[in-house]
Design a protein around this ligand. Structure first.
Ligand SMILES: Cc1cc2nc3c(=O)[nH]c(=O)nc-3n(C[C@H](O)[C@H](O)[C@H](O)COP(=O)(O)O)c2cc1C
Length: 332
């Protein structure tokens, strides 16, 4: 497989952590990158810069510590605001600007942003041209296959993207109307790949090395975006990377390694978000890591009441200590 390029950046492998608001914060991005992701994308930031000084938004802005190339996703529905937001993010250190036209979240769509934009091809074109003209860095686009199953205009949007100077395109194999239901389909993604010559990435329900291989082969895309399957399983990137390269499986991480990764992740979350927000944000991540382990439900119920960083760490250590004693070695 040839190396994937996004403008001047050559990715070490074709596996990208999909942007997930509330999940792909800096600690998680750094962890996924360390465990094999070829690139990570920040959580979306609104194009309404008047909101950037809230604590939530300011934590989402890009930072010099972010792994390179630093790709920042912006969301909004107004070409000029998006262009300004793109420029401001580049000033802050973004090396790639990604535009979100894939997210069905209400908060975004109420403002006719995210995937709701796919309905208005003229506006799509105006946004893409405005953002591309505003910055000197590569601009990428994330879309769905269309806005509903009768209007799968993904190919048209992809062509608009290419004509507008978009450098690479990620396609989630669902329509906006599908939300997250049903299975992602890859035929439309394959057709989009055929229709344009910029790099195309497939996204949706890629949960294992075999699925990754199958989607790459059946669509001919240049790379894959992996979202939910990385939650609580950031090592999925090295597992898929290894399988794509060698056709063999890496052994699953041992419980000891899972414990070490989780404790490091926890410490990073605590230091990034602080003593109050840190323990709250940590809860969902801890739940994901432990989801497949016996006793996780009961543990989670008591863990979610903990408010203190040290107590959270001790509680996770205790959970694993009990399982090491049981002789369980390998993570599910
Ligand atoms: C919690 C969550 C937050 C998400 N936030 C964003 C976002 O900010 N921007 C975006 O383009 N997509 C967002 N998505 C969509 C994902 O990037 C991805 O397209 C989708 O989850 C399908 O991929 P997957 O099956 O690998 O998870 C989000 C998805 C989830 C589950």
């Amino acid at each position: 497989m040839s190396a994937v390029r996004i403008g001047p950046y050559t990715l070490p492998n074709p596996l990208i952590l999909a942007p997930m608001a509330g999940v792909t914060d800096r600690p998680f991005r750094q962890l996924c990158r360390r465990l094999g992701a070829g690139m990570v994308v920040s959580e979306m930031v609104t194009s309404d810069m008047s909101l950037w000084n809230t604590r939530k938004s300011s934590l989402r802005l890009i930072h010099a510590d972010d792994p390179e190339p630093r790709s920042v996703q912006i969301a909004g529905g107004d070409p000029q605001m998006l262009a300004d937001a793109a420029r401001a993010n580049v000033d802050l250190g973004a090396q790639i600007i990604d535009i979100n036209m894939g997210c069905p979240a209400k908060k975004v769509c109420n403002k006719a942003a995210g995937s709701a934009l796919l309905k208005d091809e003229a506006l799509v074109s105006a946004i893409l041209q405005a953002v591309v003209a505003a910055v000197d860095v590569p601009v990428t686009l994330k879309i769905r296959t269309g806005w509903d199953r009768d209007n799968k205009n993904g190919i048209t949007v992809a062509r608009i993207a290419e004509e507008s100077g978009i450098t690479a395109l990620a396609v989630h194999g669902r329509t906006r109307a599908d939300l997250y239901t049903g299975e992602a389909e890859y035929d439309t993604i394959a057709a989009i790949k055929q229709a344009v010559s910029i790099p195309v990435f497939a996204n949706g329900d890629i949960t294992s090395p075999e699925k990754a291989r199958q989607v790459l082969d059946s669509t001919g895309v240049d790379g894959l975006l992996i979202g939910r399957a990385a939650q609580g399983r950031p090592w999925i990137f090295r597992e898929i990377e290894h399988f794509l390269r060698t056709g063999t499986h890496l052994p699953a991480p041992t419980l000891y390694e899972v414990e070490r990764i989780l404790l490091e992740h926890l410490a990073e979350l605590h230091s990034f978000y602080g003593d109050v927000m840190g323990p709250r944000i940590a809860r969902k991540h801890v739940g994901w890591y432990l989801a497949t382990l016996p006793g996780a439900r009961e543990f989670r119920a008591q863990f979610n009441r903990l408010e203190n960083t040290d107590v959270q760490c001790a509680s996770v250590r205790q959970f694993f200590a009990e399982r090491h004693n049981d002789g369980e070695e390998v993570a599910a």
